[in-house]
Structure formats: structure tokens, C-alpha cells
Design a protein around this ligand. Structure first.
Ligand SMILES: N[C@@H](CCC(=O)NCCCC(=O)O)C(=O)O
Length: 250
């Protein structure tokens, strides 16, 4: 049996109606990268139903999204006019992350998901990384073809003897970059796993977690089977989900 891996949805407006949605590349990261069965979980907020989700799943993947976390969650200044938010997603994923840690469910965070884990643990974010002194512009050019948007954009150095270094056997990698927010203060309890040349934290794990609890600012789900670092990340996540599945059934 393949492990059941939950993917919390965004709310996307399509025509006149809001939809609960997850991008295809994330679904394929779960099927092709982690070897799991994806379960798209609607963004319905916290409640007893979320505890039941946590009880039933073998792992959770938190995706990227164009929307930004509402800054009051990290005591940030209000967003600029026109910023895209997704309060339904915030009110689902932030409590979910805390429940996952308590219940030992493996999780992988990507881009917005990486930022959510930091915020859920009490960290803060830069709202516009490119405006910080010495920081590069980490945004993609939205008019470029997808091939170019997801092409390697900059180097990240892996923390010596960290999880990424152990999983890949590498000291560094070139990664894609499609975000404008980023970790300002890393939350207590998180350990840095990779950093860009401008100093931005690009990956972390939860210190001392019993389960796989890891996140990256870049997008390993993009064509994950063609990239050795992405394969290592999804492979380890899938293995952790299978171990949790076995433990749940024992
Ligand atoms: N909005 C945040 C997070 C950026 C992010 O997750 N981008 C991915 C967009 C494409 C997708 O849906 O995968 C920021 O700007 O930092």
C-alpha cells in the first residue's frame, strides 16, 4: 500500500466561485517523487475535523502559492495594498503544522509551505526580500516561459553534516527561485539546512523531531524525478511516510 499524503489546498478564485485547489506539479511530487497517494485537503480552517485528518494521514506536503501569509501571524507590519492573501489557507495550515509535530506525522514544506512552518513555530518573514540591503532579487519573471522560471537561479550552501548534506552527499546545489518573501528570524526549534550566497535561509529542519520535518524555499517538486537533489528530498520524505504508515497500522 502506498502512503496517503495530504496536500492542503489554496483558495483560488475561478470565475465567480472560490475553489479549493492544488497545482499539478505538487500532486506529481507526491505520486512520482514520494511514491504516495495524494489527498487534497480543503482549506476549511481549524477544528476537530483537522485532528481527524492528522490521524488518518501518513504524511503532509505544504505547497507553494502566489499568496502571502497575513503578517499579523508573525507580528509583521500590514501588507501593501494589492497583496494577495489566503486567510482560509493560513487558518488551516498554521494549526495543522503544530498538530503534525505533536503527533509525529512527517511533513515537507515548499516555498509558502516553508514560510508557514517558520511562522507556525514563531519565526518572522521579510515581506520583500529584494528590498533588504545586500539581498538579491529571488523573484521569477512571470512573463518568462515556465522552463526559464524554474531553471536554476542561484547557489545554496548546505549546512555541514546537516540533513540535506547527508541525504545528497553534496555541499551545495543550484536551485530555482520563485518568491519575494523569506525567513527573517528563524523560529526557535528550527535548524538551518541551507543558505543562499546573500545570506537568506533556504532550507531548515525541525531540531530533534521524531519524524521527517523539513522545508525548502525553492521548488523541488518541479520535474522532481530529473533532479538528484529533488529526488533525495522526495525519496526521504516518501520513506518517512511509509515508516509512519507501518507504525500507524502496528
Ligand atoms: N508568496 C510567497 C511564496 C511564494 C511561492 O510559494 N511561490 C510559488 C508560486 C507558484 C506555485 O503556486 O507553486 C512569496 O512570494 O514569497
Amino acid at each position: 500500500m502506498r502512503p496517503l499524503i495530504a496536500i492542503p489546498c489554496d483558495i483560488r478564485q475561478i470565475g465567480a466561485h472560490p475553489y479549493h485547489a492544488v497545482g499539478d506539479k505538487y500532486v506529481r511530487g507526491v505520486t512520482d517523487g514520494a511514491g504516495g497517494i495524494p489527498w487534497l485537503v480543503p482549506a476549511l480552517g481549524d477544528g476537530a475535523w483537522l485532528d481527524e485528518v492528522v490521524d488518518r494521514v501518513d504524511g503532509v506536503m505544504l505547497t507553494g502559492s502566489p499568496s502571502n501569509i497575513e503578517p499579523f501571524h508573525y507580528h509583521g507590519t500590514p501588507s501593501r495594498a494589492g497583496t494577495l492573501h489566503d486567510p482560509a489557507r493560513d487558518s488551516t495550515t498554521l494549526p495543522l503544522i503544530r498538530k503534525l509535530l505533536q503527533r509525529g506525522v512527517p511533513f515537507l514544506g515548499i516555498c509558502r509551505g516553508f514560510q508557514e512552518i517558520n511562522v507556525a513555530f514563531g519565526g518572522t518573514l521579510y515581506q520583500h526580500v529584494q528590498e533588504e540591503p545586500g539581498m538579491r532579487d529571488h523573484r521569477e519573471s512571470p512573463d518568462d516561459p515556465l522552463e526559464q522560471q524554474y531553471a536554476p537561479a542561484h547557489r545554496v550552501a548546505f549546512t555541514a553534516e546537516g540533513l540535506l548534506a547527508r541525504l545528497t552527499g553534496l555541499k551545495e546545489a543550484q536551485v530555482n527561485s520563485l518568491h519575494q518573501q523569506g525567513v527573517r528570524e528563524l523560529a526557535p526549534g528550527l535548524s538551518e539546512e541551507a543558505r543562499a550566497d546573500d545570506g537568506l535561509i533556504e532550507a531548515f529542519s525541525v531540531s530533534g523531531a521524531k519524524q521527517f520535518a523539513f522545508a525548502v524555499q525553492w521548488h523541488p517538486e518541479w520535474r522532481c524525478t530529473g533532479n538528484p537533489v529533488s529526488q533525495a528530498i522526495f525519496g526521504a520524505f516518501g520513506e518517512a511516510c511509509r515508516a509512519h504508515q507501518s507504525a500507524r497500522r502496528a
